[in-house]
Design a protein around this ligand. Structure first.
Ligand SMILES: Nc1ncnc2c1ncn2[C@@H]1O[C@H](COP(=O)(O)OP(=O)(O)OP(=O)(O)O)[C@@H](O)[C@H]1O
Ligand SMILES: [Mg+2]
Length: 171
């Protein structure tokens, strides 16, 4: 059985004031408007997560839900889909593959997934993004914005099906 949550996401409130980065926020917004997968790249501590969350927060009205999935503490790539599913509040007790359940669940929705700290799980994140974005493509005729992913990582990665994938290096 699948139990669907009704929350509009889990975007955290900013605990400290956000300084500068107006041009970068505008650019991430622009890229997310054009592309279904946007990856913020840059060295540790440069501000990828803060920027991603700030840009995502400005999209609140454009999506039914915005979900931040922090993958920093996850070491097992086979658990990426379960981690995303748990974040969005999905509980599945069937024998189906978690990614398949997640894809079906998110397909009719228009969500923004922020995958934070992907560097050690690149292949698994690519598989996840491919599955979700490919599935959601069919929604685009009636939901023009579709679902999207923003990710933060130290260096670019590739999703095969995200034809308009954009990388944005943060300096
Ligand atoms: N524009 C900003 N205004 C205020 N504080 C910021 C800003 N950008 C980053 N910071 C702060 O700097 C620190 C590092 O930022 P952040 O965690 O976003 O970096 P990161 O690139 O995601 O790092 P990591 O690669 O380790 O995940 C955090 O304490 C964050 O709150
Ligand atoms: Mg970060």
């Amino acid at each position: 059985m699948v139990v669907a949550p009704s929350r509009a996401g889990n975007l955290p409130a900013e605990l400290t004031s956000f300084v500068g980065r107006r041009r970068e926020v505008a650019e991430v917004r622009r890229l997310l408007s054009m592309s279904r997968l946007v990856t913020l790249t840059g060295v540790g501590g440069v501000g990828k997560t803060r920027l991603a969350l700030r840009a995502a927060s400005e999209f609140r009205r454009a999506f039914e839900a915005i979900w931040l999935v922090d993958l920093a503490g996850l070491t097992d790539p086979s658990l990426v889909a379960q981690t995303v599913a748990a974040t969005v509040g999905l509980r599945d007790r069937s024998a189906r593959a978690p990614l398949s359940v997640l894809s079906d669940f998110l397909a009719p929705q228009r969500v923004l997934l922020v995958l934070d700290n992907c560097e050690h799980l690149l292949d698994a994140c690519a598989v996840l993004a491919d599955a979700l974005l490919r599935q959601h493509r069919s929604c685009e005729s009636w939901r023009p914005a579709g679902s999207r992913c923003a990710s933060t990582v130290s260096s670019p990665w590739r999703s095969r099906y995200a034809a308009t994938q954009q990388d944005y290096p943060i300096g």
